[in-house]
Ligand binder design. Structure first.
Ligand code: CA
Length: 227
């Protein structure tokens, strides 16, 4: 899941970004309304967490602008006061939900989970399957051949990305951009390390082997036997 966090208060932004990343979300931070629109022009996000009070262009204007352009990305609005007016204005501007500041990270995570279930890009079912490997998005559980596999948040996110794109070749760049973000990361060998760990857990003790390396190209999760 890729999230754009739009918040001008640096300490809040840093704190929230870290909290979300710990749960396996890929987070990019924008600090003004204009920056947010620039990001959305070039990257496709699953959810935008949008503060109302921003310099240059406020969150409501950003929201209206995105909807006017036909952008349907799920938007969670952050409001400073719990006034009915603020909430209604946010929803009227096209936001999907709102959260009143200050909030606990737990609360934000719960809201994001609910919103991602509603997101049109999510499959109808919460369980992704490739051969005898299954990944449950709701319970965050992975099993192979019915046996549970423990995965840390990042490895879970990588596997989710592979399973959503089963049969497709994913390059290191695609994986990096999906799971991390542009500003913090550009060492492709780190992707290799994560994939190696993931493969050890999901493939080593099982048949058929699913996660393939295509030398010089990237990786593919598939059931075909052609490697
Ligand atoms: Ca703000």
């Amino acid at each position: 899941m890729r999230i754009l966090l739009v918040e001008d208060e640096r300490n809040i932004s840093t704190y929230v970004k870290r909290g979300l990343e710990e749960q396996g979300y890929a987070v990019d931070a924008a600090y003004t309304g204009r920056e947010a629109l620039d990001w959305v022009d070039s990257v496709s996000f699953d959810i935008i967490v949008l503060d109302i009070l921003l310099p240059e262009l406020d969150g409501l204007s950003v929201c209206r602008e995105l909807r006017k352009r036909g952008n349907r990305t799920v938007i969670l609005m952050l409001t400073a006061r719990d006034s009915v007016d603020d909430r209604v204005t946010g929803l009227d501007a096209g936001a999907d939900d709102y959260l009143v500041k200050p909030f606990a990270i737990k609360e934000l995570l719960a809201r994001l989970r609910a919103l991602s279930r509603r997101s049109a890009e999510m499959p109808k079912t919460s369980v992704l399957r490739v051969a005898n490997l299954s990944l449950d998005l709701a319970s965050h559980r992975v099993t192979r051949d019915g046996r549970p596999i423990e995965l840390p948040a990042k490895e879970f996110s990588i596997l989710e990305y592979f399973m959503r794109n089963a049969g497709r070749v994913l390059t290191r760049t695609m994986i990096t951009e999906q799971i991390w973000n542009y500003d913090s990361f550009n060492q492709s060998n780190v992707v290799d390390v994560y994939i190696r760990n993931l493969r050890r857990k999901i493939d080593d003790a099982f048949e058929p082997k699913l996660l393939r390396t295509l030398r010089g190209v990237g990786y593919r999760l598939s059931v075909e036997d052609e490697n």
